[in-house]
Design a protein around this ligand. Sequence first.
Ligand code: GLU
Length: 421
Amino acid sequence: MKTVSLEQELNPWEAQAARFDFAAQKLNLDEGLWKILRYPQREIIVHIPVAMDNGTLEVFTGFRVQHSIARGPAKGGVRYSPDVTLDEVRALASWMTWKCAVVNIPFGGAKGGIIVDPKKLSLSELEKMTRRYTAELIEFLGPEKDVPAPDMNTNEQTMAWMMDTYSMHMRQTVTSVVTGKPLTIGGSRGRLEATGRGVLVVCDEALRKFEMSRESTRLIVQGFGNVGSNAAKLMSDAGYKVIGIAEYDGGLFNRNGINIDKLLEYRDRNKTVVGFPGAEASDPKQLLLEDCEILIPAATENVITSQNAAGIKARIICEGANGPTTAAADEILADKKVFVIPDILANAGGVTASYFEWVQDRQGYFWKESAVNEQLEFILREAFEDVVHFSETHHVNNRIAAYMLAISRVAHTIKLRGIYA
Ligand code: GLU
């Protein structure tokens, strides 16, 4: 791949496009389809006025990007962060298209974001902002159009507000307009832990491939939000040894294994992992370079870059986050023969359970948790096998294999549907 500046390397849209172009070229993708799939189908920018608690008016900028609806309604989360950019949301929307295609669920891809530091807003300000954002997008959302879900700094409560706002406009309750809702208003059992569970399933598959055991596998998890904390909990329950946790405000290391149940209790009480007595304090950046079998970046983009990839000692990287590895870092990791389980496969457990939630809402019939988990495992195992098989038959790394598999599935649908003129 061509050499790029660090700024370009760290732009998620460039990161997505570099992999897309490479995979499309490997697939010999038709030029017209290439042009269609390279860019999002629709990009919406909204300015959201909010009456703040102190009586002033604030205006926030929000985005919703629908990359593709070829395989079904657009699907993807909404994130609240001061660093959100349109390029980032574009990349994340494209990744949702590829992710849904990798696990073969009938959705396209979308993503939303609002430029805001949610920690600076009161609950009532957050509610007003969420409702107005939903209202601004009303004609673009719907169970058959575009179905949002939680992402960074949004949660079940955010989804409950979005569902209610949409329902008020429709004059009827429409639970299937968003997923990741609380259980009592159409949520699915198992959805909250689903991304972490998916990480466990694909790591298990990697161990099977390399004939490794859970007990002799040391993990370092970067990020202890929904994805990282659930992956750490489920994997330590399953027998893996979690030796490091890297958070934005500090890191923890214990070569004998960190007790995740105790850490979760500590974090809930103290709102941080820092100071946890069951491990040594450690520099979170340094933790990425510690000796371990599996490194799980589960926070945000651009964590593994050309600047630190050479120092990584993990044999397997399982991407719980979206876009944690840059395209330049991919090449360094490939030279080091690191087995990367790419984001669009590794964190697809979340959207897969979202699919189950959408199905349950539309049926009005809710599944047992064991049924959700069983189906999730089945889908992710199959996707893992498909990706590894693609990688072996096409002689490409797992990420390019996952893109190739996804692009070929989406391209096939577009060809069948044809172009409406
Ligand atoms: N935000 C999650 C993701 O990036 C979940 C999306 C969804 O469930 O629609 O995959």
